[in-house]
Design a protein around this ligand. Structure first.
Ligand code: GLY
Length: 363
């Protein structure tokens, strides 16, 4: 069984990402508990059923202080300030201090929200992310973006705060619903498209679940490396980190639009359609060839992700909503596009008519 330990060096912090099968058991090898006063685990109702007790038993082997846990109802709709406030009150009741360690156990919703609660309570408690979804392992748990939604505005409230350690245990993927697992692969495809043509060709060969476990670990590790290198160059997203937004400008609009429908899109599904739209913009503007565009669209389909937005809406609605994206400033959209497969380009300005044509393409 393969285990990968990636050492991340960001401006504000250095930490490791441990990727492997049953790597939750490694937690106690990588954290020194001697100065920790209490441990506070934040998780959600889905993850708690499977992994809360095993994590507590692992910690108990090396830590004899108090271990508390807070479980909130699973779902993006609970990634908000009201959940954070309940956690703050509970932390106060449990008398956490600055030497208490927070462990976020779950997918992107848990690590985003838990990282935010930890890094703002008492002006900041240290935290560890134990990631239990593919999306979390390759994206949310690494890089230090923490936060919550404000109504249906995604991640409008948050801070950059790096974890002390990230554990990605691929055995936890076995209890994920298939749709949740597959949608996480969109960020893997994105990493290939913006930074590594060879990696893109490998990961685009087949759906994630068709690879064996060693290969899955290798795929996750390379994705983390790509993200880590980008974040190392630009932790606070003033330039290069914007590359990671490929597919997200249109993707976030589709995700928000579908929030109120009976079948909301998962984040990765919205990003997959967003990547098709944004690759289309790159094709229409002559940045990538027709052949590259077709390769991208076919790959996204092949790995089990959607390429069209199936719910009823209009080009006008989507176009107008693009301007509400928090990444824009001064009423101008700065696109992250591709100049070839494996090469992203940030801060690109594009005329309205091309953008409208690309939106039309995904409807
Ligand atoms: N998920 C994009 C980023 O971390 O910058």
């Amino acid at each position: 069984m393969k285990k990968v330990n990636i050492s991340l060096q960001h401006v504000s912090k250095h930490y490791s990402v441990i990727i492997g099968e049953h790597s939750i058991g490694q937690l106690t090898h990588h954290i020194k508990f001697d100065r920790v006063t209490q441990i506070y685990i934040i998780t959600d109702s889905h993850v708690a059923t499977h992994y809360l007790e095993p994590v507590i038993s692992t910690i108990k082997k090396s830590f004899d202080g108090a271990i508390h846990s807070y479980t909130f109802d699973a779902g993006e709709k609970n990634k908000n300030l009201s959940t954070v406030e309940k956690i703050y009150s509970d932390m106060a009741e449990k008398k956490l201090d600055r030497k208490s360690l927070v462990i976020n156990l779950g997918g992107g919703v848990v690590t985003d929200l838990g990282g935010f609660a930890a890094s703002t309570y008492l002006r900041g408690l240290p935290f560890v992310n134990i990631s239990t979804t593919l999306e979390g392992m390759v994206d949310a748990s690494v890089g230090g973006k923490t936060g919550v939604n404000l109504g249906n505005k995604k991640n409008y409230v948050g801070v950059f705060a790096q974890p002390k350690l990230v554990i990605a245990d691929i055995s936890t993927l076995s209890t994920l619903p298939k749709r949740t697992l597959i949608q996480g692969y969109a960020e893997v495809i994105k990493h290939g498209l913006i930074a590594d043509k060879t990696y893109f060709a490998q990961v685009a060969e087949k759906p994630f679940t068709d690879f064996n476990h060693d290969k899955q670990i290798e795929i996750i590790a390379r994705s983390v490396e790509i993200k880590a290198e980008i974040v190392r160059q630009d932790e606070y997203e003033s330039s290069t980190r914007k590359l990671l937004n490929f597919g997200h400008t249109v993707g976030h609009v589709l995700e928000s639009l579908s929030f109120s429908s009976s079948d909301p899109l998962y984040h990765g599904e919205a990003v997959a359609i967003g990547m098709v739209a944004e690759a289309k913009i790159a094709q229409l503007s002559g940045m990538i060839s027709d052949k590259d565009f077709n390769t991208i669209e076919i790959a996204i389909k092949r790995v089990g992700l959607p390429v069209k937005y199936q719910q009823s809406t209009s080009v006008d609605t989507i176009y107008d909503l693009l301007f509400t994206d928090k990444k824009n400033s001064g009423g101008k959209i700065k696109w992250t596009l591709l100049s070839s497969i494996g090469q992203g380009e940030e801060n690109v300005s594009i005329g309205e008519s091309l953008v409208r044509k690309a939106i039309e393409y995904i409807l």
